[in-house]
Design a protein around this ligand. Structure first.
Ligand code: NAP
Ligand code: ZN
Length: 335
């Protein structure tokens, strides 16, 4: 097999530089994908900076990949060479544990990530276990669908598992890559949707994406006005905020769910949780089954990422723009 060409970080926080590696023989259960598009998720920035202490250098980021299957391992069934597929954050699991056999592979203790301690999708090709290569419906364009593979599923899965429906009042905190897709999915599920944002300039676009209401989360008065009005609040922001205000925004039995990763521990007053039987939880990506379902829902309900396109070679520019919260709403690298 030919070498894989990509862009790698060689130290924490470093600029990406051209890098190639020998992928070795293709595993019997694996596919190799010739990448056409790869989204820039904020988790790539966390990994480049080693915010989570799991990064090993050099490594090629990228885990919102779409492309065509260039090669299949000899035990792969149900996929063909040339087929368009996507791979997200996860690209393998043990397949036999309680969680895998329940169809919750994203909870497998042996789950493998596409770009942690191995090379991801800011490259010409990438590999993963075929169970995690998701066929992309015809109706979806690769550029707008690539961000669904991580950002999309990360918001779709908790909205589905927490039974968001037409009776639900949903809040989405942080209108970035994840948040702008969350507004669309929550709206597709029929919920009343409130966008919480620190960027007043995002109001019109948030409403166009489906939000019924826009709250500037920097305004104390506006935050007080929504107290006790939400059933489910999904935090997608990667920054510290006053989480007690969001708990106060919940109705009794409501849930505050974290998918965005703030840097500091979350500190909450217990009394509002106790008195209103409110919950706090987190949620990681989603299973291959949920990914397939999400793709189908996205195709039928017109959910897609609003993207800014960059050539793969300009990945560093895209990363800088994400860092400054300037992208509207997902940077996507194209080969
Ligand atoms: P992103 O596109 O950069 O969006 C993050 C948003 O957070 C920004 O657009 C901004 O929205 C808000 N924000 C930024 N700085 C803020 C501040 N100082 N105070 C309050 N809000 C602020 O990032 P993303 O790709 O959506 O990823 C978001 C987070 O989700 C990251 O931590 C990422 O690692 C995590 N993630 C988790 C999973 C999972 O499985 N749980 C999967 C993927 C990503 P406004 O301008 O509207 O305020
Ligand atoms: Zn991601």
């Amino acid at each position: 097999m030919a070498q894989i060409q990509g862009l790698a970080a060689h130290a924490a926080g470093a600029e990406l530089l051209p890098f190639h590696y020998d992928p070795g023989p293709l595993g019997a259960q694996d596919v190799e994908i010739e990448i056409s598009h790869c989204g820039v998720c904020h988790s790539d920035l966390h990994l480049i900076a080693n915010d989570w202490g799991v990064s090993q250098y050099p490594f090629i980021p990228g885990h919102e990949v779409i492309g065509k299957i260039a090669a299949l391992g000899n035990a792969v069934k149900g996929l063909e060479k040339g087929q368009r597929v996507g791979v997200g954050w996860q690209s393998n699991s043990c397949g036999v544990c309680e969680w895998c056999t329940r169809g919750l592979e994203n909870l497998c203790p042996a789950a493998e990530a596409t770009c942690v301690r191995r090379h991801g999708g800011y490259a010409d090709r990438v590999r993963g276990n075929a169970r995690f290569a998701i066929p992309i419906p015809e109706a979806l364009e690769s550029e707008n669908a690539a961000p669904l593979l991580c950002g999309g599923i990360t918001v779709y899965n908790p909205l589905r598992t927490h039974d968001v429906n037409p009776a639900s009042r949903v809040g989405i905190v942080g209108i970035g890559g994840l948040g702008h897709m969350a507004i669309q999915f929550a709206r597709a599920f029929g919920a009343e949707v409130t966008a919480f944002s620190t960027s007043a300039s995002k109001e019109k676009e948030a409403r166009d994406l489906g939000a019924h209401r826009f709250v500037n989360s920097r305004e104390t008065k506006a935050m007080k006005e929504v107290a006790g009005t939400m059933d489910f609040i999904l935090n997608t922001a990667n920054a510290d905020q006053d989480w007690n205000t969001y708990v106060q925004a919940l109705r009794p039995t409501g849930t505050l769910c974290f998918v965005g990763v703030p840097p500091s521990p979350v500190s909450l007053a217990a009394f509002p949780l106790i008195s209103g039987m409110r919950s706090v939880c987190g949620s990681p990506i989603g299973s291959p089954h949920m990914l397939r379902e999400m793709m189908d829902v996205a195709a039928r309900h017109g959910v897609k990422a609003t993207t800014e396109s960059f050539p793969m070679a300009k990945a560093n520019e895209a990363i800088e723009k994400v860092k400054k919260n300037k992208v509207r709403y997902r940077a996507v690298l194209a080969n």
